[in-house]
Design a protein around this ligand. Structure first.
Ligand code: TIU
Length: 220
């Protein structure tokens, strides 16, 4: 079994048994005119995570391990979007409103698409999720259980919002979780740093962290 040099200590990566989860690498968060920008963020801050995420995708695909992509995206009728979520932030552009990439954070709209550099392959699972966590109101746990997945490697955005929420959900469901440090980004560098610290503190209270090079090297 490959062993990854990680923090707070080494991470076992069983093959089979490990899946890559790429969280919300979609145009609505990484490109101007989407949800991230509507919240007042500098979306260019997320770009550094693209290359390392691409390297992970290549490594997991070459190893024949499952890859699952998520998108934060609501039904067109917004029946899965709590009014509290839509109202939050008091922005001019809200979830469901028309923007330059179609309706903000709505499934099937151009903004909800995963960025071309990280496009899913036809046989890869793509999960639309209404919440910040990828387990809430989705079939993710059942899909992973059916494939006998016990270990999860995480990439995606944003570190302290959807990635950390999903890792906490996964941790409580018994998965061993590793977050790839350079394959995740936040609009707030201090929040990214704090999220990495709090995940691996206390002996890995939520999980492990490691650089993409260490994960890719272990899969070669
Ligand atoms: N706002 C923010 O940092 N993130 C989100 O709203 N969603 C995700 O993290 N995907």
């Amino acid at each position: 079994m490959p062993i990854i040099p990680a923090q707070p200590y080494e991470f076992d990566l069983p093959i089979p048994g490990t899946a890559l989860i790429v969280i919300d690498m979609q145009r609505d968060f990484l490109e101007p005119g989407g949800f991230g920008a509507a919240l007042g963020n500098d979306v260019s801050r997320l770009a550094p995570a693209v290359g390392p995420t691409r390297a992970l995708l290549d490594a997991f695909r070459a190893a024949g391990l499952p890859v699952i992509h998520t998108r934060e995206a609501h039904r067109p009728d917004l029946s899965d979007c709590p009014p509290s979520k839509r109202a939050r932030g008091r922005g001019d552009l809200r979830i469901g409103d028309p923007g330059p990439m179609g309706r903000i954070l709505v499934a099937g709209e151009p903004g909800a698409a995963i960025i071309p550099a990280l496009a899913p392959l036809p046989d890869e699972t793509v999960i639309d999720k209404p919440g910040k966590g990828a387990f809430w109101a989705t079939p993710l746990h059942d899909l992973l259980t059916a494939r006998a997945v016990t270990h999860l490697v995480f990439a995606g955005v944003t570190t302290e919002v959807c990635v950390q929420t999903t890792m906490r959900e996964a941790n409580d469901r018994g998965y061993e979780c590793l977050l790839v440090e350079d394959a995740t980004e936040s609009y707030f560098p201090a929040f990214k740093a704090a999220a990495l610290e709090m995940i691996r503190a206390q002996g890995g209270i939520v999980g492990w962290t490691a650089p993409s090079a260490a994960v890719c090297a272990a899969l070669c």
